[in-house]
Design a protein around this ligand. Structure first.
Ligand code: 6PG
Length: 250
């Protein structure tokens, strides 16, 4: 595991979301103070919805909302109004309840029938935002990530092609078990971030979390292991249920 990884063990899911919300706000204020803007990539699935709801409920007017820019670490290959859309979930839980300017939200065009074209378009949007030329990996101020029971993160699933991507920022990744493509940040883009926060809650994640943090399996089988930021800070926010298979020392 990366030497920069920190595991914050919280008791309940509510404690986890509270701690993650505090880190989110700290990261936002630090980034705006140092770089005049906060560029964050949200994760999808079900776990982060509670974090987004908490951020919206405590949405302080003092937060620099107009300097905060929202991206997605991955997206399903569906339209933005589809029940499985990560954008739809974040819009319901956060964007629709906070004064974030619409121009500050960069969603993936999941409605594009050509997933590779959607990935290429998203990559261009990211490069344009950061003024990052080809060959350079932009540094997000914060990337939120989840952990699947199979050890995947973002849409980097075990033994899938996107795990091998070394130069692109965003890839269309065929996921055989779902018989669908996903659009996902690549490992070089994830690992360039200033900060990454994993949010892992629930007993069903305990075996994967143990393997990722303490096990010997290769990263191709547990892709979350491959999130190893060079100069970035990596924090795992885990609740007691998810941490139930970790050794006491971790
Ligand atoms: C997605 C996510 C994915 C998620 C994990 C955990 O698009 O589904 O980005 O990587 O974080 O699958 O999902 P849950 O939080 O729903 O368990």
């Amino acid at each position: 595991m990366s030497t920069t990884a920190e595991v914050r063990r919280l008791t309940t899911p509510q404690d986890l979301f509270q701690a993650a919300a505090e880190e989110f706000i700290r990261a936002a204020n630090d980034a705006v103070a140092q770089r005049k803007r906060f560029a964050v990539a949200l994760s999808g699935g079900s776990t982060p919805r509670s974090l987004y709801t908490l951020l919206a409920a405590n949405a302080s007017p003092s937060l620099p909302w107009d300097r905060m820019f929202f991206f997605f670490g991955d997206e399903r290959h569906v339209p933005p109004d589809h029940p499985e859309s990560n954008y739809r979930m974040a819009n319901e839980a956060l964007f629709s309840k906070t004064p974030i300017p619409a121009a500050n939200i960069f969603r993936v065009a999941g409605e594009n029938p050509d997933a590779s074209a959607a990935a290429g378009e998203y990559e261009k949007n990211i490069r344009d935002f950061f003024s990052a030329p080809a060959g350079e990996f932009p540094r997000f101020d914060l990337i939120l990530l989840g952990l699947g029971p199979d050890g995947h993160t973002a849409s980097l699933f075990p033994e899938t092609q996107a795990l091998q991507e070394k130069s692109r920022l965003v890839a269309a990744n065929w996921v055989e078990k779902f018989k669908t493509s996903r659009i996902t940040f690549t490992l070089p883009l994830l690992n360039a971030a200033h900060r990454l926060s994993f949010l892992v809650s629930g007993t069903d994640k305990a075996p994967a979390l143990h393997e990722v943090l303490e096990g010997k399996a290769p990263g191709e089988e547990y892709p979350a292991k491959l999130v190893q930021p060079g100069a970035g800070q990596l924090i795992w926010f885990v609740d007691r249920a998810a941490a139930s298979e970790l050794s006491a020392a971790a």
